[in-house]
Design a binder for this molecule. Structure first.
Ligand code: M6R
Length: 627
């Protein structure tokens, strides 16, 4: 969490840093600050709250230098306040930090014994003191940073400037992402490419325990021992417009509307455009994520088939919305490829000493590709001998780089903290992957394969129909606000959609909402039902519909108000519902992708009508890079 930006070059550093921080605000938004050279000294300005508060403080500030660093914070150590805001300073050192220093208590004690003037409650400030002490003695910033790096435990990305060197930026990382953007005689060091995308498309993704030194226009990257390492430059095809709202009121709304396009982009590489047969493209098992673009599709498909033919079981590990997409994936893999699947939350999986049997494929799902627990899970599984495959949105993110095989959501940048298009794109990728596995394992007939791919190809236009519920929920929001709680129900493949619907409402509207398997109602949740409880049910016309309707009758008999997302003109479901939302009639495997759309719109409009910040809900950050 937290976003960091460093800039050295001919532009106005204040402008570059603020523009960059705006793009990183999704990572944290409880305070922000900059430290920029002004003449021979470094001027620091910080503000509590969102970035716009810092912008106000900076309005009349001018900086004559060409080097600066900035930070937008998601508090870990110390409450959100100006004194805990970054950059932190000690001696001539200014520093911004994303992550956690685990051995901060011992460092703090040691510094206090040496009478260091510690002014905040953060772990980050302590690093500034350590570097300051070192540089006082050695007068060598690189050497000082290298020595301090050796002392730190935890997960961190850090940018450092020193008031004695107005043309030198140092950065080092161990854990949270850090990327170097390369411009014409200018360098950006940022948490996420989005922060520099308007200036350059050329980036170097740093590996752990690397140190970056930028001196004027000279860029060098070293390992923790000080040996120079090769610089692998990647050219991105994301445009800077993609990270703007483009006329929408919110990023989330824009991203909801982008879903038909996003699911098309997710399936396109894996469905042969002429024969409509499934063949996974450029998975690159055994290849670096940096090289997958250059692979030959036919050759790579042969390799993928070889690898996947060996697989006898699947474990899916992820967090939050990505975890729910994994739960849908379980239905896909079991039904279409007849392979046993286990799905786990990464923070549980990594600590429960799981048994990884031979011939296991461990799939991690992560929009950002940086989620700390998911990353730890993939590392552990690799060590235990699993073949790993990542499904990420951000190419060359840490999880993507660490996996043996690589699949992409292809959703384009997702900025809203609540995940929407990454979820539906992931379901689409999982559908393609399970079809490929079914085919490789001989479980999928040619007829079924055609039926499935036809269903996928129809999906974008069916999602357009679901998007028409935007106006419906904008009108319904006032009435829906009156409920005290929301119970989301579903069965089979719709059960994870109920969980996802409840999560969207919790994180955006701050209502108590729970997702349940409809068949579990009588085992407890039925006691919650009264006229203040809305029951939102996802019940497309599939072979479980009758059972779900019986559960709804029981809820209705106890005063519950039923809002149902069904498919087609389903009289039975309509008759038990206060509100019935028909979706297009679709294939069982694509129903979840369609029925989640009205749930996203409902959460969006409820939150918006309550005056909540939909794109940046309280207490959250988009990329959870600390445990
Ligand atoms: O980047 P990831 O997909 O790994 O993120 C996982 C979760 O943090 C994320 O899905 C979170 O639950 C979203 N805020 C949900 O909308």
């Amino acid at each position: 969490m937290c976003g960091i930006v460093g800039y050295l070059g001919p532009r106005d550093p204040k402008e570059v840093i603020i523009n960059g921080l705006k793009k990183l605000e999704y990572r944290g938004y409880d305070s922000a600050g900059v430290a920029i050279f002004d003449g021979p000294s470094v001027k620091r300005i910080r503000a509590e709250g969102k970035l716009k508060n810092l912008e106000l403080c900076l309005m009349n500030e001018k900086f004559s230098g060409h080097l600066g660093i900035g930070h937008t914070r998601w508090a870990t150590h110390g409450v959100p306040s100006v004194r805990n805001a970054h950059p932190h300073q000690a001696g001539g050192i200014s520093l911004v930090h994303n992550g956690i220093i685990e051995n901060y208590l011992e460092i703090r004690e040691e510094l206090l014994k040496r009478k260091a003037d510690i002014t905040s409650d953060t772990d980050s400030e302590l690093v500034a003191h350590l570097i300051s002490e070192e540089v006082e003695k050695s007068k060598d910033l690189f050497q000082s940073v290298k020595n301090v790096l050796a002392r730190l435990r935890g997960a961190f990305s850090i940018l450092v400037i020193w008031d004695q060197e107005p043309d030198r930026l140092l950065a080092f990382k161990d854990g949270p992402p850090l990327v170097v953007g390369l411009g014409e005689k200018e360098t950006f060091v940022v948490s996420d490419v989005q922060a520099a995308l308007q200036y350059t498309k050329k980036f170097i993704y740093l590996d752990d325990r690397q140190i970056v030194s930028v001196k004027g226009t000279q860029l060098d990257i070293f390992d923790a021992e000080g040996n120079a390492v090769a610089q692998k430059i990647q050219e991105l095809n994301w445009s800077s417009e993609q990270v703007e709202k483009q006329g929408y009121s919110h990023f989330m709304l824009k991203e909801i509307y982008e879903q038909p396009m996003a699911v098309s982009a997710a399936m396109a590489p894996h469905i042969d455009s002429e024969t409509h047969a499934i063949r996974l493209a450029k998975v690159g098992f055994g290849k670096s994520s940096h090289d997958v673009e250059t692979l030959d599709v036919a050759e790579d498909w042969k390799n993928t088939q070889k690898v996947l033919s060996e697989i006898e079981r699947i474990v899916i590990v992820a967090c939050g919305t990505s975890y729910y997409s994994g739960l849908v994936g379980k239905y896909y893999f079991e039904q279409l490829a007849r392979i046993p699947v286990e799905v786990d939350v990464a923070s549980e999986y990594r600590y429960r000493k799981p048994v990884i049997l031979p011939k296991t494929l461990l799939i991690t799902i992560s929009q950002s590709g940086e989620t700390a627990d998911t990353l730890a899970a993939i590392r552990m599984a690799k060590e235990m001998g699993a073949t790993t495959l990542s499904i990420c949105n951000v190419k060359n993110s840490t999880i993507d780089r660490e996996a043996h095989g690589h699949l992409y959501m292809n959703s384009g940048p997702e900025i809203g903290v609540a995940s929407t298009k990454a979820f539906t794109s992931t379901l689409t990728v999982l559908n393609c992957l399970s079809l490929a596995l079914g085919k490789i394992k001989g479980k999928l007939s040619a007829k079924a394969e055609q039926e499935q791919t036809q269903a996928l190809l129809k999906l974008p236009s069916q999602m357009e129909v679901a998007l028409a519920y935007d106006k419906y929920f904008s009108d319904a929001a006032e009435e829906l606000k009156k409920f005290k709680g929301f119970l989301y129900l579903g069965r089979g493949v719709s059960y994870p959609i109920a969980l996802e619907g409840a999560l969207k409402l919790k994180e955006l509207a701050y209502y108590h909402a729970e997702g349940y398997a409809a068949g579990e109602m009588k085992h407890g949740p039925l006691a919650l039902i009264d006229e203040n409880m809305a029951v939102v049910v996802v019940a497309p016309s599939d072979d479980l519909l009758e059972k779900t309707v019986s559960n709804l009758e029981e809820a209705k008999a106890r005063g519950g108000k039923i809002i149902s997302v069904g498919s087609g003109d389903n009289h039975r479901l309509k008759s038990v519902s206060s509100r019935y939302l028909p979706m297009p009639v679709a294939h069982w495997s694509t129903n979840p992708v369609i029925s989640v759309v009205p749930l996203q719109l409902m959460a969006f409009h409820l939150a918006n009508s309550l005056g909540h910040d939909v794109d940046q809900p309280r207490n959250l950050a988009k990329s959870v890079t600390v445990e």
